[in-house]
Design a protein around this ligand. Structure first.
Ligand SMILES: Nc1nc2c(ncn2[C@@H]2O[C@H](COP(=O)(O)OP(=O)(O)OP(=O)(O)O)[C@@H](O)[C@H]2O)c(=O)[nH]1
Length: 480
């Protein structure tokens, strides 16, 4: 045969898309292409010897007899005939078909094809996949990075890659950036340098990604001429083989997941493709779930805020901005129940502005409104203890609920209100009791029992207020 040199021949043979080992009987050395190196777990070298294959367990599947690697080339295999071998690696077995060919008297090659992936290996991958999928299914946004990094490490390892990564396209679809990366030991990370890459700087990659959602390169050297930019970029990262698969979100291409081989080339297998696609789909779904959850959370938050606002509006008086009658009724009922349960007194003060009709008639209704606001805010500011409530009861009438407050203290509170009114010093030249605005108050405080109703408390305080009005106004009367 036109056999030139072992090196020359090997440079062609090693490109065969499955594992090939050449044995030179004269030199007692082997050569293994990248697939064979990964199949037999060899570190990349140009030449190997017997010792490099010592870690392998090769068995004849029928006789169960163990074989030494060298025997494949001189005893076990018959030229041009396929034979099966069991390859044992770290307690797992794969069934391999081996075929011997003779290149010259002293040079033979054996090609290897995996017939059946080790069940254990498949099982391990299934276990990893099921872990990734459970991790990603109920994911919280603050955990996603850790899980994606785990998934990238898993896929990088099973595909014998040196680097695996995730790229996301920008919202306007014009650029891409590396968001997550895993690198094998001793391999340079590139994530930080691969941010905001314009898509049009890699036209061949972009067009393939858009049309087929796949960019598969076994040998970067052999990229076509039109991929000159891609070749430059990949070689600058010392990448020999690369495999990228598009990530879709609601049918739209949003990025890609990929693996690089730096230390050696790799003929990507269908299994690599399927596995990478599977992990990519799981990651895309996780992002979808997180977006969905975030949207849901945002809507829930808005609903809560709107409800709070509505609740506030429903319970607030529009003019004076203090509690309204509805809030007063609810609060009085609740506080009454509480004071009944703990046998504590409850005080109620009904307040009514004196000669307010005259105020309105002389100073105008608008000015009257301003007065109502000032008095309301003053009363609200006085209710400092938890449970105290100042409310607009109606028109120019206000009510103050004072839980855990006995008669003496309710009267003291009423006196403080009078003092406060004096401090406000609102001019009222048409009142017959003072030159300033005054109020009359009716006070009622009791230790309630189960029979005590809100209505009975209100009517008691109201009666006292009536007394205060009838006995001259600008005073406090107590219901006994
Ligand atoms: N400006 C204004 N006035 C109001 C409002 N609600 C009720 N009023 C007025 O308050 C006045 C209450 O008048 P009356 O019930 O006769 O009581 P008064 O004039 O204060 O007399 P006495 O209570 O007996 O001292 C009426 O003129 C109402 O129009 C309001 O929201 N704004």
């Amino acid at each position: 045969m036109g056999f030139k040199s072992v090196e020359d021949t090997w440079s062609t043979i090693k490109l065969i898309p499955f594992a090939v080992v050449l044995y030179d009987a004269k030199k007692k050395t082997y050569k293994a292409n990248s697939q064979a190196q990964s199949l037999f777990e060899l570190s990349p070298h140009n030449n190997f010897d017997d010792v490099d294959f010592k870690h392998l367990t090769l068995t004849n599947p029928e006789s169960k007899k163990q074989l030494i690697f060298r025997e494949l080339f001189d005893k076990y295999l018959v030229i041009n005939t396929s034979s099966n071998i069991l390859l044992g690696k770290a307690n797992t077995n794969s069934l391999i078909n081996a075929k011997l060919a003779q290149l010259s008297d002293s040079v033979h090659i054996v090609t290897f094809e995996i017939i059946k992936q080790s069940e254990d290996e498949q099982y391990n991958f299934d276990k990893i996949i099921s872990k990734i999928s459970t991790d990603l299914i109920d994911i919280q946004s603050d955990e996603i990075n850790t899980h994606i990094e785990f998934a990238l490490k898993a896929i990088g390892t099973v595909c014998f890659a040196d680097r695996s990564y995730l790229f996301k396209f920008s919202d306007d679809g014009k650029s891409m950036r590396n968001t997550h990366e895993w690198v094998n030991q001793g391999v340079e990370p590139f994530k930080d340098k691969l941010q905001h890459i314009p898509k049009n700087s890699l036209p061949y990659f972009t067009s393939l990604m858009n049309s087929t959602h796949l960019f598969k390169v076994n040998d970067v050297e052999k990229l076509p001429k039109k991929a000159i930019k891609e070749k430059e970029e990949l070689q600058s990262e010392e990448i020999q083989s690369v495999l990228c698969i598009g990530l879709r979100y609601d049918k739209e291409l949003v990025g890609f997941i990929g693996c690089d081989c730096v230390k050696q080339k790799r003929q990507w297998t269908d299994l690599d493709l399927i596995r990478l696609k599977l992990v990519g789909e799981m990651i895309a779904n996780a992002f979808k779930n997180i977006n969905f959850k975030n949207e849901l959370q945002y809507i829930q938050q808005q609903l809560i805020t709107a409800n709070l606002k509505l609740n506030e509006q429903v319970n607030t008086d529009g003019l004076t901005d203090i509690a309204n009658r509805r809030c007063f009724d609810d609060t009085l009922k609740n506080e009454l129940l509480r004071c009944t349960r703990y046998q504590q007194p409850i005080g109620l003060i009904m307040c009514d502005i004196d000669f307010f009709k005259k105020y309105n008639d002389n100073y105008g209704h608008q000015q009257g409104d301003e007065v109502l606001k000032s008095v309301a805010q003053a009363l609200k500011a006085m209710c400092k203890r938890q449970g105290d409530l100042a409310a607009r009861y109606g028109g120019e009438e206000f009510a103050i609920i004072l839980p855990a407050t006995d008669t003496d203290n309710s009267l003291k509170f009423a006196a403080l209100i009078q003092q406060k009114m004096a401090e406000l010093a609102i001019e009222h030249n048409y009142s017959t009791v003072s030159k300033q605005l005054t109020i009359s108050m009716g006070v009622y405080s009791l230790i309630p029992c189960k029979k005590t109703t809100a209505q009975s408390l209100i009517s008691g305080a109201d009666k006292a207020l009536y007394d205060a009005k009838n006995t001259g106004r600008n005073q406090v009367a107590l219901y006994k």
